[in-house]
Design a protein around this ligand. Structure first.
Ligand SMILES: CC(C)(COP(=O)(O)OP(=O)(O)OC[C@H]1O[C@@H](n2cnc3c(N)ncnc32)[C@H](O)[C@@H]1OP(=O)(O)O)[C@@H](O)C(=O)NCCC(=O)NCCS
Length: 202
């Protein structure tokens, strides 16, 4: 690795817990041990798991391990996985994630999941907008990627709203729940980031 490449990676200002991010309707915060019931509910629902690139959470023990993994992943700086909560209600209703942080090349991947009762309200977009703004401003990202199942229309609409571009399809990239799934790889460069205001498309 060349010296100039090395110098791309800046020191890390983050501590032991994810910073809390407030938006108009939401509070994004570090997931806590008491969130395990809500994590199980969100990550075991067949509607949220339909295109998800991982296994469902099976039971409370599994949820506890998953929650611990969020702490461990953050400590290692591989995973920034915020709980999505509504302002004034502390219950976890989904998560929004930056992961595979590559500090030298200043990129990360984004993921998001929301309890189906809350779909169609712009909640996931509001959370993703806040995390993208954080990633570009505080983590100094240059590029964010999303790996989306081509049939996952809601996710595709969500990322495209922020200026993510479809950069091509990788065939049969995942073997999930008995079938091969393709991936559309989306990329968003910092200079193309459009922050979508709630209720608007620009
Ligand atoms: C992907 C997922 C988070 C999208 O949820 P969502 O509620 O559709 O996403 P958004 O927050 O962007 O909401 C957009 C919808 O809210 C509507 N909306 C209402 N008020 C809004 C507001 N203030 N701002 C923006 N959109 C608003 C939009 O019109 C749009 O509805 P439409 O899709 O019927 O046109 C959700 O479907 C999910 O959890 N899926 C399972 C997990 C998953 O597949 N994750 C992605 C893996 S890559």
């Amino acid at each position: 690795m060349s010296q100039s490449t090395r110098e791309n990676a800046k020191p890390d200002p983050f501590g032991t817990a994810l910073p809390t991010l407030d938006t108009e309707r939401l509070r994004l915060r570090h997931p806590r041990p008491e969130d395990v019931d809500a994590l199980l509910a969100v990550f075991s629902d067949e509607r949220t798991m339909r295109y998800w690139g991982g296994e469902p959470i099976e039971d409370l023990d599994d949820a506890r391990r998953y929650r611990q993994g969020i702490d461990d992943g953050f400590a290692a700086r591989h995973l920034f996985q915020w709980a999505i909560t509504e302002q004034g209600a502390d219950r976890l209703i989904g998560t929004v994630t930056l992961y595979r942080w590559d500090r030298v090349n200043r990129r990360a991947e984004i993921g998001f999941i929301l309890a189906p009762d809350h779909w169609g309200r712009g909640i996931a977009s509001e959370a993703v907008g806040a995390v993208l703004a954080f990633g570009f401003a505080e983590m100094d990202l240059h590029r964010v990627e999303a790996d989306v199942d081509p049939d996952n229309e809601r996710s595709r609409r969500l990322v495209e709203r922020f200026g993510f571009r479809d950069e091509g399809m990788l065939r049969e990239r995942w073997f999930l729940r008995g079938r091969w799934a393709d991936s559309v790889i989306y990329g968003l460069l910092r200079r193309d980031f459009r922050h979508v205001a709630p209720g608007g498309d620009s």
